[in-house]
Write a protein that binds this ligand. Structure first.
Ligand code: ATP
Length: 302
């Protein structure tokens, strides 16, 4: 039986005529930070709500450690919903203690844990304030504390970074990294692809309700189009090569796109035959470029 694995297995979901998810599948393993990215309406929130059990799938299954997620397992998931779900009139500390107790902690444990997360997330000065009196960013910190306060076995966070200032982004990143390192599978959705690229062990790109690419950022980047940056006094030779397209030219420096199967070494030989070569390197796409490619290709094929 797999240990410490959250499995989303072939989940489908319709809202009336709208197909929100079709055979959505991915795994998140213990110790792993998994970034879930996709266009607006791609199906991220629906997937996360199904993973937590606040929404039922039409078909497919969510498993934790090989077993279908039930009410007990759900209590062990820390969830940060997109529509933030705090009680606006409750004080920060009281709210966190209440939520921790709801998840099965004793009053003492709940207090210790709530105070710990309040301190960790920079909310000490606001601990006795009503949530509604906090700025949106601080409310979001409380929302993260609410997901963490019962020391969950799995973390599922819907756009935890949206609207945070750079310091709060750093705190959130550190906390998620630490949680993953301590063996908790962490999955979060985000539109901030630079952050996802920096932070995540693996990334899943979702389009129109299905997972269309997943892997480590390195795997995804190496699977993209092959590009070369070349600096040489002349670039005329490049245009004569089969399967090579000059996509950018800036003085003596150019970027070439290679069709699949074109060997970069044959390009280097051609460049050297024409004169000196000062730079010759692979240019790998950023996650943002990959995302645009994958999503545009998928949109064309549907
Ligand atoms: N309650 C609902 N009733 C009807 N359609 C819905 C409902 N919730 C979501 N949808 C539709 O399901 C699809 C997936 O929506 P979902 O919110 O899961 O996407 P998302 O990837 O989280 O988007 P975003 O990045 O904008 O938050 C969309 O077409 C959306 O309009």
């Amino acid at each position: 039986m797999p240990e410490g694995v959250l499995e989303i297995d072939a989940i489908s979901k319709r809202y009336g005529e709208v197909v929100a998810l079709r055979d959505m599948s991915f795994d998140v393993h213990a110790g792993e930070l998994f970034g879930f990215v996709g266009s607006n309406g791609a199906g991220k929130t629906t997937t996360m709500r199904i993973a937590l059990g606040v929404l039922a799938a039409d078909s497919g299954e969510v498993r934790w450690n090989g077993r279908t997620v039930d009410l007990d397992t759900r209590r062990r998931i820390g969830y940060m919903p997109e529509e933030r779900g705090l009680y606006p009139r409750m004080r920060v500390l009281d709210q966190l203690v209440y939520l921790a107790e709801l998840h099965g902690m004793s009053t003492n444990e709940a207090h210790t844990s709530a105070e710990n997360w309040i301190a960790r997330l920079g909310l000490r000065d606001r601990r006795t304030d009503e949530v509604q009196r906090l700025s949106l960013g601080n409310q979001q910190r409380v929302q993260l504390a609410a997901a963490l306060v019962h020391e969950p076995d799995v973390l599922v966070l819907d756009e935890p970074f949206s609207g945070l200032d750079p310091v709060a982004v750093d705190v959130m990143s550190q906390v998620l990294r630490e949680k993953a390192s301590s063996g908790v599978p962490v999955v979060f959705s985000s539109h901030q692809l630079d952050l996802v690229e920096r932070l995540c062990d693996r990334v899943g790109i979702v389009s129109a309700g299905s997972m269309v690419a997943s892997g480590t950022v390195d795997e995804l980047r190496s699977g993209g189009e092959s590009r070369l940056v070349v600096e040489s006094p002349t670039t005329d030779w490049a245009a004569t090569l089969d399967g090579v397209r000059v996509i950018e030219k800036n003085g003596t420096r150019c970027v070439l796109e290679l069709a699949s199967g074109v060997d970069d070494q044959s390009v280097l030989h051609a460049a050297l035959a024409a004169g000196p070569v000062y730079e010759f390197s692979r240019q790998r796409p950023t996650l943002t470029e990959l995302f645009r490619n994958v999503v545009t290709t998928e949109a064309r094929s549907t």
